[in-house]
Every structure is written in structure tokens, then in C-alpha cells.
Design a binder for this molecule. Structure first.
Ligand SMILES: Cc1cc2nc3c(=O)[nH]c(=O)nc-3n(C[C@H](O)[C@H](O)[C@H](O)COP(=O)(O)OP(=O)(O)OC[C@H]3O[C@@H](n4cnc5c(N)ncnc54)[C@H](O)[C@@H]3O)c2cc1C
Length: 307
């Protein structure tokens, strides 16, 4: 089996890229397959919470990870994984172009924010369209913003943003706030926040940057003047290609054993997972990078014992 890799890493976000750096240093035979380089990290207009690099555009941080990977000879395939299966002891990865085989796998396929799919959304990405309030709220000082989606993540976003912005419109297609009552009560008490229910976004408006949006309510089109739009309608899992065990939100369940020191194991031996595609609560760049490191170390242990 000459084409058998020791390890295949699926995804090149911070989790996958970190795992790749560790694998390269271990000098094992490995491959990284990813649809893009950087993952969600490239979506952030400013990353201000990555230790050692106080403030950098997400895309610049991706370049730094990439430069670090280029210190080593790493085989990167720009392909989409369609299926991952385990056949006897071999992990089989199918893309549109090829079938790859390995002893072990690290799934680091992350998530992607659910989009509004309206006119202007793509055009103003990074120019007023945001998908992460935790990351981008401090950049909104004194602005008027709209948060789309009134489930818990939208309500959290509103409360966090209210520390920075002048005014928040919270907009939802539902007639009433859908998040949990204790959060809803906080929102209703906050004088900066106005709820607009039964409303559907039709278009994001702007020149160079976002300056408003059109929404439909009671069969009428209205315009709202805002400086930024925060889309908080959920994240989509990107691990449908595998049937490893997942929780009710579709996140890969990580199995940890304090007895055997197992880390980042899934329910299938030899298949490891790291970062946002898993059930870890911290969905952040530094956490994903740390999980990528842990998954790599765990996989080396598994590969060493593979017969
Ligand atoms: C707009 C935005 C701003 C953010 N800002 C910050 C911030 O300021 N600070 C912070 O700490 N965190 C921030 N985050 C969160 C952070 O980016 C994520 O937690 C982190 O990127 C997760 O890393 P990951 O490697 O697990 O997954 P991802 O970054 O999602 O990477 C997944 C990778 O897998 C690839 N992939 C997926 N499916 C397949 C497939 N089938 N085949 C091949 N490849 C596949 C993708 O192309 C991608 O390369 C932000 C997120 C968003 C959306």
C-alpha cells in the first residue's frame, strides 16, 4: 500500500493548519485536503484576541498561518471531501477527483455562518456585513446597527453590542422574540434596543460600506438606516460527509478519557476531530488551533500503534 498516508487532515482553518504544522514536524506521511485556506478565520475583519498578535485583519492572520505552513513541505489538495468511511483499518476519503487512504484522519471541517441570501450581502462582506458579534462589536463604537435573528445567539449579540453602539434594531421574521425569556427580558429593558418583528430582509444597501437595508413587513417595503448588519441566524455544520457520532446540533462528539489520556477521539478509532466542527463550547481561533494541536498529538500516538 504505497499510497497509504499516515494521516489525512480535512479542513485548513486554524484547527487543520495547526494539526498540519505538528504533522510536518513529526515527519509523517500526510496530506491536507481543504476547500479553502484559513476557513472562517478569513471572514473576520479584525482579530483582536489572538495572543501575541493584538490586532490583525483575519485575512492577514490566514497569511501568517500559511507562511508558517510553508516553512515545511506540506501536500495541500484544494478539493471538497464528499465522503469519509472506515473500511477495516483503513480510512477512505473520497473527493470529486480522487480516493485517498490513510491510517488516521483529523476532521477539522469547521462551520460556516448561515447567510441571509439577499442582494448586497456578498458585496458588503467585511464592509458592514458581520457574522460574529463577539469578534466585531468593539469596532462598532457609536454606530447604529441591526441584528438579524432573535434566537439566543442574536440576543447575546445585542447585549454585547449594546456596550459599544448607539442604537440596535433587532429584526426577526417571527412576530415575537424567539430566544429564552431571561435574555428576552434583558433585551426589552435595554433602551438602546428596538425589536422589529414579522419582518424579512430584502436587500442590504450601501455605497462603499453598508448604509441601510430594505425589509418587508405587512406587505410593505421599509428602509432602515444602519451602519452595520449582524447576521445571527445560526451556523451550518460542514461534516455531513462522515457518520461519526454527533450531538443533536450536528456537532461531532469528542470522547475524552482521563484514564488513557485520550484526546480528540471520535467514536470511530483512528478518526479524530478538532475545532468548530466538534462539540467544544469555545468556537474561537485560539481554541481551534489548540484542538488541532491536541488532535495531531493524539493521532501520532494512534499511528505509532497502527499495525
Ligand atoms: C465573521 C467571523 C468572524 C470571526 N472572528 C473571530 C475573531 O475575531 N476571533 C476569534 O477567535 N474567532 C473568530 N471567529 C471564529 C473563528 O473563526 C472560528 O472559531 C475558527 O475559524 C474555527 O476554526 P476551525 O479550523 O475549526 O474551522 P473553520 O475555520 O471553519 O475551517 C474549516 C475548514 O474546513 C474546510 N472544509 C469544510 N468542509 C470541507 C470539506 N467537505 N472538504 C474539504 N474541506 C472542507 C473549509 O474550507 C475550511 O478551510 C469568527 C468567525 C466568523 C464567522
Amino acid at each position: 500500500m504505497t499510497n497509504l498516508y499516515d494521516l489525512i487532515i480535512i479542513g485548513a482553518g486554524p484547527a487543520g493548519m495547526t494539526a498540519a504544522i505538528y504533522a510536518a514536524r513529526r515527519k509523517i506521511k500526510f496530506l491536507i485536503i481543504s476547500m479553502d485556506l484559513g476557513g472562517q478565520m478569513g471572514w473576520s475583519s479584525d482579530v483582536e484576541n489572538y495572543p501575541g498578535i493584538p490586532d490583525l485583519a483575519g485575512i492577514e492572520l490566514v497569511k501568517k498561518f500559511d507562511e508558517h505552513m510553508k516553512e515545511y513541505k506540506i501536500e495541500v489538495k484544494s478539493e471538497e471531501v464528499l465522503k469519509l468511511e472506515k473500511k477495516a483499518r483503513i480510512c477512505v476519503v473520497k473527493t470529486r477527483k480522487k480516493v485517498y487512504e490513510s491510517k488516521a484522519i483529523i476532521i477539522a471541517s469547521g462551520k460556516s455562518p448561515r447567510k441571509l441570501n439577499v442582494l448586497g450581502e456578498e458585496k458588503y462582506l467585511g464592509k458592514g456585513i458581520n457574522y460574529c458579534a463577539t469578534c466585531d462589536a468593539p469596532l462598532q463604537k457609536g454606530k447604529t446597527v441591526v441584528v438579524v435573528g432573535s434566537a439566543n445567539s442574536g440576543l447575546d449579540a445585542c447585549l454585547f453590542l449594546s456596550n459599544y453602539v448607539k442604537k440596535i434594531y433587532l429584526l426577526d421574521i417571527a412576530p415575537k422574540i424567539v430566544g429564552e425569556p431571561y435574555l428576552r427580558d434583558k433585551i426589552l429593558k435595554n433602551k438602546k434596543i428596538s425589536f422589529i418583528g414579522s419582518s424579512k430582509i430584502k436587500e442590504v444597501l450601501g455605497n462603499k460600506f453598508v448604509n441601510g437595508l430594505k425589509y418587508e413587513k405587512d406587505n410593505k417595503i421599509n428602509t432602515l438606516k444602519v451602519d452595520s448588519v449582524f447576521v445571527e441566524i445560526g451556523l451550518m455544520n460542514k461534516s455531513d460527509f462522515t457518520n461519526v457520532r454527533k450531538n443533536r446540533w450536528g456537532e461531532i462528539m469528542i470522547f475524552r478519557s482521563t484514564i488513557t489520556n485520550e484526546e480528540n477521539y471520535t467514536n470511530i478509532p483512528g478518526i479524530f476531530a478538532a475545532g468548530d466542527c466538534t462539540d467544544i463550547p469555545a468556537k474561537q481561533i485560539i481554541a481551534a488551533a489548540g484542538e488541532g494541536c491536541k488532535a495531531a498529538l493524539a493521532s501520532f500516538d494512534y499511528i505509532n500503534k497502527w499495525k
